[in-house]
Design a protein around this ligand. Structure first.
Ligand SMILES: [Zn+2]
Length: 237
């Protein structure tokens, strides 16, 4: 993730690779928002990163958290007229060994979550590693920006949260990543745009074994993300 303008804009013709993400509901659920990745790509078995690559991924995770949270700290209040408090970042867990959410296990293997009762985001290290190795570093930025998008939704009155909460989280992710780039907090590098597109395709609900209402298909998710990139936060609400 380094460089030029327009890097986040994605062609709508992106092929769908696989799916991975959340649960949808008109309003963010009381419990954790569980992101359910799909079979194929990236796969847990593909989550083999060498120590150096894994360390690089951790740096990307921290950079993503800092950039996106800084964006929201700078712009949330001007956008919504209310104070902003950063959510907690529980960070990586392994498999089922994650932090509990509202008294229940929140850590779903090969998943990423935003826990509303605990107001934290967390992700399975294997999910991050699989996407990082099979798609690229933009995967990390998108997953984290999406989960932090759920934290933003939790801070808003329910009438501002879209019925399509997952697509709105994608939109907020696009707005925050582009906004962070505009603020000079991160910069894109060649290939990021394609990686983002592949990530959205990978987490899309294009397969019958997932409830289709959950996240939206690849085209819908890409469209939502681009709406945020091009229109900013206001376009997502
Ligand atoms: Zn989600």
């Amino acid at each position: 993730m380094r460089t030029s303008v327009g890097w986040l804009t994605i062609a709508m013709t992106t092929a769908c690779l696989v799916g991975a993400c959340t649960t949808t509901s008109s309003v963010p659920p009381a419990g954790s928002t569980t992101e359910v990745p799909r079979t194929a790509q990236p796969t847990p078995t593909g989550a083999t990163l060498g120590a150096a690559d894994h360390a690089a991924m951790k740096v990307d995770e921290q950079t993503a958290v800092t950039a996106v949270d800084t964006f929201w700290r700078r712009h949330f209040t001007e956008q919504f007229g209310q104070p902003y408090q950063s959510p907690r970042v529980a960070g990586a867990y392994i498999g089922t060994h994650g932090p509990p959410c509202g008294g229940e296990p929140a850590s779903v293997p090969f998943n990423a979550v935003y826990c509303r009762p605990g107001d934290f985001v967390a992700w399975d290290d294997n999910l991050m590693a699989a996407g990082y190795s099979q798609i690229g570093d933009a995967w990390v930025y998108l997953i984290i920006a999406h989960e932090l998008g759920h934290a933003i939704q939790a801070r808003l009155s329910s009438d501002r949260v879209s019925v399509a909460a997952e697509l709105q989280a994608d939109c907020l992710a696009g707005a925050a990543l582009q906004g962070a780039a505009d603020d000079g907090l991160i910069a894109a590098e060649p290939g990021d745009s394609e990686e983002i597109a592949r990530t959205l395709a990978a987490v899309a609900d294009d397969y019958p074994w997932t409830d289709e209402s959950d996240h939206g298909n690849a085209e819908q998710r890409t469209s939502a993300f681009n709406t945020g990139v091009e229109g900013g936060v206001g376009a997502c609400i």
